[in-house]
Design a protein around this ligand. Structure first.
Ligand code: GDP
Ligand code: MG
Length: 162
């Protein structure tokens, strides 16, 4: 079975950019995945000899209320389908309370997730990721999705754990 990787996070953190990087060489959207809906985009990726499915989500609007707010709607559904979740955050904005809520919610669900600090291009990586270590997550990766930087290392580590 191909592992299923869901990309979640606030709008504009770079989920679709990472999705495109991960699926670029395949150039094929999955059309027949169970539960396929228009709200989420499914793609095929490959790293070395490992195939995987990646799900892009539209992002969390912040309009919802309550502790589960950031997990709402299609992001929630994508996470249910996933073997592993990549929670993207924006290094240029720093740690955001919505990011913290998402981390809490993921922890409570006990689902495997990796924190991906994106947009590190032009930043000092250790300074830019430092803020996010306060979340205490066990898997933290820095990338620059728009340049493909760190993407291969990220996906290989994720795949090594599913
Ligand atoms: P999404 O809403 O989470 O899907 O975010 P997008 O992938 O649409 O990206 C939002 C914006 O961030 C776009 O203008 C991207 O070009 C930009 N972006 C994405 N990744 C990076 C990155 O690694 N570095 C920089 N500087 N910008 C990025
Ligand atoms: Mg998007």
């Amino acid at each position: 079975m191909r592992p299923v990787i869901a990309l979640v996070g606030r709008p504009n953190v770079g989920k679709s950019t990472l999705f495109n990087q991960l699926t670029r060489s395949r150039d094929a959207l999955v059309a027949d995945f169970p539960g396929l809906t228009r709200d989420r985009k499914y793609g095929e990726g490959r790293s070395g000899d490992r195939d995987f499915i990646v799900i892009d989500t539209g992002g969390l609007t912040g309009d919802e209320h309550g502790i589960d707010a950031p997990m709402a709607n299609q992001s929630m559904a994508a996470m249910e389908e996933a073997d592993v979740i990549l929670l993207l955050v924006d290094a240029r904005e720093g740690l955001n309370s919505a990011d913290e809520l998402m981390v809490e919610a993921l922890r409570r669900r006990g689902k495997a997730f990796h924190l991906v600090v994106n947009k590190l291009d032009g930043l000092d990586a250790s300074v830019a990721t430092g803020d996010f270590y306060r979340l205490g997550v066990s898997h933290l990766h820095g990338i620059a999705a728009s340049q493909g930087r760190g993407v291969r290392a990220l996906i290989d580590e994720v795949l090594s754990q599913v």
